[in-house]
Design a protein around this ligand. Structure first.
Ligand SMILES: C[S@@+](CC[C@H](N)C(=O)[O-])C[C@H]1O[C@@H](n2cnc3c(N)ncnc32)[C@H](O)[C@@H]1O
Ligand SMILES: [Zn+2]
Length: 181
C-alpha cells in the first residue's frame, strides 16, 4: 500500500503486486464486454479474489459517487458500480485497471457476492462454481433508473433489468408480467 495525493484529498492505493488472481481469468462475455470467469472449481464460501482499488474516505467517496451520477446522467448506460464500503471510515473505489474484479458483470442469479473479511473486501462464492463459469453478482442498482439498465444476464429468473433484489417485487409490479417495458 502506498500513499498518494491526486489533489482529491489523500488516498491510499491498494496495489496488485501480491494480488492472487489464480482463481480467475478475464475473457469476453455473452452478457457484456469483458467478464470474469472461474479458472478452477471453486467451493461455496471460498474467497475468489480481493476487490482492490483506491482506499478513500467517505467525503472523497461521496465526491466520486456524485461525479459518477453526473456522468451517468449524460450517458445513462453508465452506472456507479465501483465503490464498495470497507467500514465506517473507508470505502474502496475499484475503478482502477489493476482491479480485475471490476469486470464482474451483474447477474440476477449471482454465484458470488462481496464480503468484508479481515479488513479487506473479497469476492466470495455463494455456491459451488464450476471451472469456466462466469462470475456474477447483483449490482444493487436502485429501482428509480431501472429502464436505463436492461439486464442481459440470461438467467432463467432474470428480472429484465439491473435492480437490487429487494426491489424486484416493485419492479415486477411496474412491468406487469412483461420482461421489458
Ligand atoms: C463494471 S462494468 C462490468 C464489466 C464490463 N462487462 C466491461 O467490459 O467493462 C459494468 C457495466 O457492464 C455492463 N453490464 C454488466 N452486467 C450487465 C448485465 N447483466 N446486463 C447488461 N449489461 C451489463 C453495464 O454496461 C455496466 O454498466
Ligand atoms: Zn438478469
Amino acid at each position: 500500500m502506498t500513499q498518494n495525493n491526486r489533489g482529491e484529498g489523500t488516498i491510499e492505493i491498494i496495489e496488485s503486486s501480491n494480488l492472487d488472481t489464480s482463481s480467475i481469468s478475464i475473457s469476453s462475455s455473452s452478457i457484456h464486454g469483458s467478464g470474469v470467469f472461474a479458472s478452477r472449481a471453486i467451493k461455496k464460501g471460498e474467497r475468489i479474489i480481493e476487490y482492490v482499488g483506491d482506499k478513500i474516505r467517505k467525503k472523497e467517496s461521496t465526491r466520486r459517487a456524485l461525479r459518477a451520477i453526473s456522468m451517468a446522467k449524460k450517458d445513462p448506460s453508465l452506472g456507479a458500480v465501483y465503490i464498495f464500503e470497507l467500514d465506517d471510515t473507508w470505502d474502496i473505489d475499484g475503478n482502477v485497471e489493476w482491479n480485475p474484479a471490476r469486470l464482474i458483470n451483474h447477474s440476477c442469479d449471482g454465484n458470488c457476492e462481496s464480503s468484508v473479511q479481515e479488513g479487506k473486501i473479497w469476492v466470495v462464492a455463494l455456491r459451488n462454481i464450476s471451472l469456466g463459469e462466469e462470475l456474477g453478482y447483483n449490482y444493487g442498482y436502485d429501482l428509480e433508473h431501472y429502464a436505463e439498465h436492461p439486464c442481459k444476464c440470461g438467467k432463467a429468473n432474470c428480472v429484465g433489468y439491473i435492480v437490487a433484489a429487494d426491489q424486484w417485487d416493485e419492479l415486477r409490479k411496474i412491468l406487469g408480467g412483461k420482461k421489458r417495458v
